[in-house]
Design a protein around this ligand. Structure first.
Ligand code: GLV
Length: 310
C-alpha cells in the first residue's frame, strides 16, 4: 500500500506533508510523484491539481484526498477515477482567509490606498470617511470559509449578506438564494467577496451584466478562483468606475501575466493566491483520519459531490 503525494511546483509542501503523514500513519509508505513508485500499490492520492493521465494504471486506488479546499484542479483530468474524493475543511485555513479578507475590505473602507498615495507626496490630509452607513459586505458563496470570514467582518460593524445557490439555514446574515435573488443580493454588496467554488456553473459567473448590478461604490474581492470572473469585464468595470476597486488573490490564468492591465491599476491590489495556504500540520489529521476511515470501510469526511463539482 502506498500514499502518493502529487508534487505541484506552484503549491509545494512535499516535505511538510511527508513529515506530517509519516508521523500519523508510520506504517504506510509515503511517496512523492517525483520519486519512483509502483502505480499498482497506490491506494491513496494526495493531490491539489491532477494532470491528465495521472491516475492511469492505479488499479487499487481507494480515495483521492485533495490537499486544498477547492477541488476544481482535480477535475482537470477527464479520466478522474470513480473513487471517493475529500477536500480540506480546516479552521486554520479559514482564519487565514478571514485575516486576508479583513485586510482587503479595510484597505478600501479606510482608504489606505489613498493615504499611501498621499504619503508618497508627504501629504498630511484627512480624507472623507465612508459615507454610506452601514457599509455592506456581500458573500458569493457561504460555506465553512465564508462563515468564518463573515463573522470576522461583522466585528467591525459591516452588514453581512450572503448569496448561495440553494436554500440553507444561515444565521447572522441576510441570506439570498437562487439565481432569481441574485440582483437583490448584488444591489447591496458594497464589498463583493467571492468565495464560491469553481464549477461548470460558476465559471464566468461575474460578467459585465452581473457586475452592473452592484451599487456605487462597489469593490470586488476575489479569493476563490480567477475563472469565476471574466477578466476583461472586471478590467472594463474598473476603468469605467462600475467597480471602484478590486483586491484579487486569484487570476485567470495564474500566474497573472506580466502584461495584464490589472498590475498597473491604482485601484487594484494583487496577491499571488496566498490567502488560504494549506498547512499540513493542521490539515494532516483529517487526511490521515480519512485514510483510516476508508480502510475501516467508513465514509470519507468532507466528501465531494462529483455532480455538483464541490
Ligand atoms: C486553495 O486555493 C485551495 O483550494 O485550498
Amino acid at each position: 500500500m502506498t500514499i502518493l503525494f502529487v508534487s505541484d511546483p506552484v503549491v509545494g509542501g512535499e516535505e511538510a506533508w511527508r513529515a506530517a503523514m509519516s508521523e500519523r500513519l508510520p506504517d504506510i509508505p509515503f511517496k512523492l510523484s517525483t520519486e519512483t513508485y509502483n502505480k499498482e500499490e497506490v491506494e491513496f492520492v494526495l493531490c491539489f491539481r491532477a494532470q491528465p493521465g495521472l491516475f492511469a494504471g492505479m488499479k487499487n486506488l481507494k480515495a483521492i484526498l485533495a490537499t486544498g479546499a477547492g477541488v476544481d484542479g482535480l477535475f482537470l483530468d477527464p479520466d478522474l477515477p470513480d473513487v471517493p474524493i475529500a477536500r480540506i475543511v480546516d479552521p486554520w485555513m479559514a482564519d487565514q482567509m478571514a485575516a486576508w479578507t479583513t485586510y482587503a475590505v479595510l484597505h478600501f473602507f479606510r482608504r489606505f490606498g489613498d493615504y499611501h498615495t498621499q504619503q508618497t507626496k508627504a501629504e498630511w490630509l484627512e480624507l472623507e470617511p465612508w459615507q454610506a452607513a452601514p457599509a455592506r459586505v456581500g458573500f458569493l458563496g457561504y460555506g465553512a470559509i465564508g462563515a468564518t470570514v463573515g463573522k470576522a467582518l461583522s466585528n467591525f460593524g459591516f452588514e453581512i449578506s450572503a448569496w448561495t445557490r440553494s436554500h440553507r439555514n444561515l444565521s447572522g446574515v441576510t441570506h439570498f438564494h437562487g439565481i432569481n435573488a441574485l440582483p437583490a443580493f448584488m444591489a447591496r454588496a458594497n464589498f463583493l467577496v467571492c468565495l464560491m467554488p469553481l464549477t461548470r456553473e460558476t465559471e464566468g459567473f461575474l460578467n459585465e451584466e452581473r457586475l452592473a448590478l452592484l451599487p456605487n461604490p462597489a469593490y470586488l474581492i476575489n479569493l476563490a478562483r480567477g475563472r469565476i470572473a471574466v477578466t476583461e469585464d472586471v478590467v472594463a468595470a474598473l476603468k469605467n468606475g462600475r467597480l471602484s476597486g478590486a483586491f484579487l488573490d486569484v487570476s485567470e490564468p495564474e500566474p497573472l501575466p506580466a502584461d495584464s492591465p490589472l498590475w498597473g491599476m491604482n485601484n487594484v491590489r494583487i496577491t499571488p493566491h496566498c490567502s488560504g495556504p494549506t498547512n499540513p500540520s493542521t490539515a494532516a489529521d483529517q487526511v490521515a483520519g480519512n485514510i483510516v476511515r476508508v480502510l475501516k470501510g467508513d465514509q470519507l469526511e468532507n466528501l465531494i459531490n462529483r455532480e455538483r463539482g464541490y
